[in-house]
Design a protein around this ligand. Structure first.
Ligand SMILES: C[S@@+](CC[C@H](N)C(=O)[O-])C[C@H]1O[C@@H](n2cnc3c(N)ncnc32)[C@H](O)[C@@H]1O
Length: 288
């Protein structure tokens, strides 16, 4: 049995958390924080901004925003700079949150959201989450995370989600590794393609007046395109961050795993590899 008194564990030189109630299998070290921060500008380019909910005016006047699983905190810090009249909370289980020099309208909290979100009902105008597919089981999404996001949103407020998945041809190494990742996640009760199901899950809650969903398909073979190149590097970096678990589950040595990731980078043009990104913006009812 793992020793629960030890917060973190090291596997192949990468640091992972050591909590029995979280399935999260991606590293939580500086290298991972850099991977998350590096992708920030590309996401803004792909989506034409930091968010897609129609809350610009509210943010200018002064709104409250929470980012669930905020990672390195870069989205929060960018938002806080753009909207100085608003206040921002970033919450994440990993010790990769900025610890000093934060603007006064920002608060970061290290916390496991599976233990509930320590905020009052209806206390945020925008409740945001991004790239958390690997953090929760499908049941946790449906029974804990999405209900908590709805609880925190003010009536007339917005809940926004951005998730992604990779597709490639069956004979590619990309698909071999992606299938292994998906199998590993399914064994843990996770749904590796939850992003495209979130609109439906939102609909079933009956909490929203309107649900807007958008899909962007990024062709990872077009390396001359900066967003595509960064998306590919983000995916390979994520696989690298999951190596501590994935190499084992694929039954390959750490060195062979690295070689597979190298192949993924160079094969995208040949194998039509895409990153499908789903952004869902849902407008909470005034009365549920
Ligand atoms: C792939 S990262 C995405 C981070 C950030 N949203 C972004 O887009 O850059 C997933 C984040 O979820 C966090 N996370 C995973 N499980 C969590 C939990 N139970 N409670 C809070 N944060 C969690 C991880 O620490 C990690 O920072």
């Amino acid at each position: 049995m793992e020793d629960e008194t030890i917060e973190y564990r090291l596997i192949n030189g990468r640091r992972y958390h050591n909590l029995s109630n979280s399935m999260y299998f991606v590293a939580n070290d500086d290298e991972e924080a850099n991977r998350l921060s590096r992708y920030h500008d590309a996401i803004k380019d792909i989506w034409g901004g930091l968010f897609n909910s129609p809350v610009e005016e509210k943010l200018r006047q002064g709104a409250r925003v929470i980012d669930i699983g905020c990672g390195s905190g870069i989205w929060i810090l960018d938002m806080a700079q753009q909207y100085p009249n608003s206040t921002f909370v970033g919450i994440d289980i990993s010790p990769i949150l900025p610890s000093e020099g934060c603007p006064t309208n920002v608060k970061f909290v290290q916390h496991n959201v599976l233990d509930g979100l320590p905020f009052a009902n209806s206390s945020f105008d925008l409740v945001h989450e991004k790239f958390m597919t690997g953090a929760f089981t499908e049941t946790q999404w449906k029974e804990k995370i999405i209900p908590e996001m709805i609880r925190l949103a003010r009536p007339d407020g917005w809940v926004e989600s951005l998730e992604c998945e990779i597709t490639s041809s069956d004979e590619s190494v990309t698909m071999r590794v992606t299938k292994a990742l998906h199998d590993f996640m399914r064994l843990k009760g996770m749904n590796p393609t939850i992003g495209k199901e979130i609109p439906h899950i939102f609909e079933n809650t009956n909490a929203f007046l309107e649900i807007r969903d958008q899909l962007k398909i990024i062709d990872l073979g077009t390396k001359h395109d900066k967003s595509a190149e960064e998306s590919l590097k983000f995916y390979i970096g994520g696989l690298k961050s999951a190596k501590g678990f994935l190499a084992n589950s694929m039954n390959v040595t750490p060195e062979d795993y690295d070689a597979l990731l190298e192949t993924i980078y160079f094969e995208t043009e040949k194998h039509s590899t895409y990153c499908n990104q789903y952004r869902i913006c849902a407008h909470k009812k005034i009365q549920i």
